[in-house]
Design a protein around this ligand. Structure first.
Ligand SMILES: C[S@@+](CC[C@H](N)C(=O)[O-])C[C@H]1O[C@@H](n2cnc3c(N)ncnc32)[C@H](O)[C@@H]1O
Length: 188
């Protein structure tokens, strides 16, 4: 079922939308990075959270290849929120190229607990590129996960090579996401 918020289509299921909001709250996320903003439907929901007095610690960074895909009302919301609260922005660029990589990783380093949502053109590659930049306790999610051999390989390879564990797989995998949390050095 297609969903929209304030008339802006969201390329997510209702369940996924709830999962992202739940994760932001449960893990006290301070920076939400969305790779692949498209119309800006999800951005619109998250940015409205960033404007609430109780969620002011939450920052949003969207990264989008093709600027024209982002709806004008979302651009307006970003500009207004940035001017009044300073905690949101959309960067137009390629998540696989410089200077976008440095911008994202710089923000991840400087921020408190970060959640990176990989929802651009190649989610496994986005996972592989940004996962090494997570700080302990940061989260990363790849959207459009399906239980198949390709994703099984991606998952096994990441668990083998990186110091992270699956994040709430019983909740997150059935919704079509693969998510990891970076371990703290003293975790077993
Ligand atoms: C599935 S849509 C994103 C949907 C959006 N996250 C939502 O929830 O409504 C994927 C978007 O990623 C963008 N994209 C593709 N490759 C990209 C790249 N290398 N860097 C940044 N954005 C990219 C596409 O232009 C497209 O708008």
């Amino acid at each position: 079922m297609d969903i929209s918020f304030h008339g802006i289509p969201i390329a997510q299921t209702m369940f996924n939308l709830l999962i992202y909001l739940y994760l932001i709250d449960r893990y006290r996320i301070e920076l939400f990075v969305e790779i692949g903003v498209m119309n800006g439907g999800l951005a619109n929901v998250i940015i409205h959270r960033c404007r609430l007095p109780t969620w002011r610690n939450l920052h949003y960074l969207g990264v989008q290849l093709i600027e024209d895909e982002v709806m004008p009302q979302v651009k307006k919301l970003v500009a207004e929120t940035a001017a009044n609260h300073g905690n949101v922005s959309i960067h137009y660029g390629d998540a696989f190229k410089q200077p976008t990589i440095s911008l994202i990783t710089g923000r991840m380093n400087a921020a408190g607990r970060t959640l990176v949502l990989c929802d651009g053109g190649d989610k496994p590659q986005e996972l592989n590129l940004y996962l090494p930049h997570l700080k302990p306790d940061d989260l990363i999610i790849a959207h459009d996960y399906g239980p198949n051999e390709e994703w099984d390989r991606v998952e096994a390879d990441i668990l083998d090579r990186h110091d992270c564990v699956l994040l709430e797989p019983e909740l997150i995998k059935p919704a079509g996401n693969l998510a990891f949390i970076k371990r703290r050095s003293n975790d077993g």
